[in-house]
Design a protein around this ligand. Sequence first.
Ligand code: ADP
Length: 393
Amino acid sequence: MESLLLILAVLAAVCAVAWGGYQHARARDLAQRLQQERTQNATLTARLEQLQTEAGAQRATLIQNMGEGVLLLDPDGRVELFNRTFEQLFEVRDDLRGRSVLEALRLHELDEVVRRTRETGQVLGAELELRGPEPRFLQVNAAGYGTGAGRGVILVFHDLTRVRQLEALRREFVANVSHELRTPLSLIKGYVETLLEGAHTDPELSRRFLQTIARHTDRLTYLIEDLLTLSHLESGAAALSPAPVKLRALAGRTLEDLSTPAAERGTTLVNAVPEDLEAHADADRVLQVFFNLVDNALKYGRPQGRVEVGGREADRERVELWVRDDGPGLPREALGRVFERFYRVDRNRSREQGGTGLGLAIVKHIVQSHGGEVRVESEPGRGATFYFTLPRH
Ligand code: ADP
C-alpha cells in the first residue's frame, strides 16, 4: 500500500513537473510569437511610413514637373506651395510662401477667383491677362481641398499665350487676304461698269479697260495660286521628295524660264552656281525658291541691271545659295520683315508688278521645311542679296 502511494506521489510529481515544463514552454513560445509579431508590426509600420513618404515625394515630384503652373493656398488663403512652371509663368523671384494671392501676384481677378472658390467650394475657371511688354494669357482653374475651416485652394494655370497669338495671326491673315482680294475685284467691277455704261463705243478706250481688267484678273489668279501653295505647304500634305539635285542645272532652268521678262527689262542674267554643287532636296520646291527670288530681283532690281544666282559649300552639312541684284535694295527696317506674309516695302510698286506679297513667305517655308535658313543682306542703293541654305546630304 505504501509503495502504491509512493508510486502515485512520484507520478503526481512527474506530472506536475511535466505540466510546469509544458506551461513554461508555452509561455516562452507565446513570448517568442509576440516578439515576432511586434517585429513584424514595426516592419509594417516602417514600410507604411516609407510608402507614405514615397507617395508624398512622388506627388511632390509630379507637381514640381507638371507642364501647368500649380499654386496651393492654405486655409488662411496664404501661399503654401508652388511649382517650377508657376515660377516661370509669373517670373517669381522671391519666396512667396506665407503671402496672400494679392500680396504675392497683385492680380485682383485672381484674388476674386480664390475668394469665390473658398466661399462656394466649387471648381471655378477664369482667363487672366498678364500685362507687360510681352502680354501673356493664362487659363486658371481653382478648386477647394480639405473640409470646413481647414479648406485650402488649389489653382492650376495653363499658358494660352501661343494659342491666342496664333488666333490673332489667323485673324490678321484673313483680314489681309480679304483686303487683297477686294482691291482687284473692285477695280474690275469699276471698269466693267464703265464699259457697260457706254465706254465700249470707243474701241481704244475699251481695249485699255479690258487690258486693265485682264491685269487685275491675273493678280487675283496669282494671289489664289500663292495662297493655295502656302496652305498646301503648311498643311504638311506637300510631303517633300528629297533626292540629290544638281543646283546649277536648277538655276539654269529658272533663268531660262524668266529670260523673256529679263530681256524686256534689259537685265543680264548670270548663272554663277558651281558645276558640281549638289543638295539633298526636293527639286521642284527648290526650283520654286529660285523662281520667286529671281522674279523679285527682276521686278525690284533696276532696268538694264544684273541678276546673279550663285552658290557654295557652306560647311560639311550645308550648301548656301544666293540671288543678287544691283537694284535699289531694301531699307534697313525691312530686312527683318520681308519674309512675313503680305509685307511689302512699297505696296503700290508690288501691286504694279503683279506681286502678291507672299513670294518670300513661300520661299521661307520651303527652305525651312528642308531644315535650311533664309536671310537677306542689303544696303539702300546697293542692291539686295537673298541667301538660303539647303542640306548637302
Ligand atoms: P511681292 O509679291 O510683293 O513681290 P514678296 O514676298 O516676294 O512679295 O516680297 C515682299 C517685298 O519684299 C516686296 O514687295 C518688295 O518690297 C521686297 N523685295 C523683295 N525682293 C526684293 C529685291 N530683290 N529688291 C528690293 N526689294 C525686294
